[in-house]
Design a protein around this ligand. Structure first.
Ligand code: ADP
Ligand code: MG
Length: 242
């Protein structure tokens, strides 16, 4: 999916959280949205995913302007989102969590057929998880894999990850993001990766947009960028003086 926002503005009362933010995400890429805490990253993706409505500007999916009044509308457009915090049902197995994400009620389904289907689904992804494990038995990295699988199960065309590595070790983060990149490369989905970790952008993203205090201040291909300038764009002149 090609995703664009055009001059998106979002205010909370008199505070302008996003000021005419234009973002262009190319299909099949991992596009990083980089910025410090409070830069407006989550606000931007919440507008795209239908949790907030912008006061001005537009959202374009495959070059067509779209209204995204609520999360259901975002889902219908093929937009899926993984959050920083986990949203797993603790008493349920990996298999049951997946079925629940797909809107299926675990106890009224043909279990044998579903298991085969879930195993085939798992095998089609880079993620390896035990269908019978329960979230409380999983390490943080595995929990985040399950969150990703819950979204992938719905076959999104755009996967938004809002700081998916914040509770992971650097090793877990690299593994998960490496797999995310494989998914994008394989044409499975386009990925918008929100992070404040500069290192993750350099290691795992194709393109990057830097957000600073509600403004998109830089947009470039990661390979073509000067890391020092990118880091500078994040913090601005105040950061340079400090
Ligand atoms: P980031 O995800 O980059 O850390 P956010 O998008 O969460 O930043 O927040 C950007 C700014 O908007 C912050 O100053 C934050 O306090 C403010 N903000 C975010 N959500 C709300 C809200 N629902 N009401 C009021 N202010 C908000
Ligand atoms: Mg945030």
């Amino acid at each position: 999916m090609a995703l664009e926002t055009y001059q998106l503005t979002k205010r909370f009362g008199s505070f302008t959280a996003l000021d005419q933010v234009t973002l262009k995400v190319a299909p099949g890429t991992v596009h990083a949205l980089l910025g410090e805490n409070g830069a407006g990253k989550s606000t931007l993706v919440k507008c795209i995913a239908g949790f907030h409505r912008a006061e001005a500007g537009s959202i374009l999916v495959d070059a067509r302007e779209q209204e995204v009044p609520n999360p259901v509308a975002a889902r219908a457009l093929g937009i899926g989102m993984v959050y920083q915090h986990f949203t797993l049902a603790p008493g349920m197995t990996v298999a049951e969590n997946l079925l629940l994400a797909g809107g299926q009620v675990p106890h009224v389904i043909d279990w044998k057929r579903k298991r085969d289907e879930l195993n085939a689904f798992l095998a089609s992804t880079p993620f390896r998880l035990d269908l019978d494990a329960r979230p409380q038995e999983l390490a943080a990295g595995e929990k985040q894999k399950l969150e990703l699988l819950k979204q992938l199960y719905l076959q999104p065309r755009l996967l938004i990850l809002d700081e998916p590595t914040s509770v992971l070790t650097p090793q877990e983060a690299d593994e998960v993001l490496g797999h995310v990149r494989e998914l994008a490369r394989a044409g499975r989905c386009t990925v918008l990766l929100i992070t404040h970790k500069f290192r993750e952008v350099m290691a795992h993203a194709d393109d990057v947009t830097v957000l600073r205090r509600g403004h998109a201040v830089q947009h470039c291909a990661v390979r073509a960028t000067d890391p020092a300038r990118l880091a500078q764009a994040m913090v601005g002149d105040a950061g340079a003086a400090a």
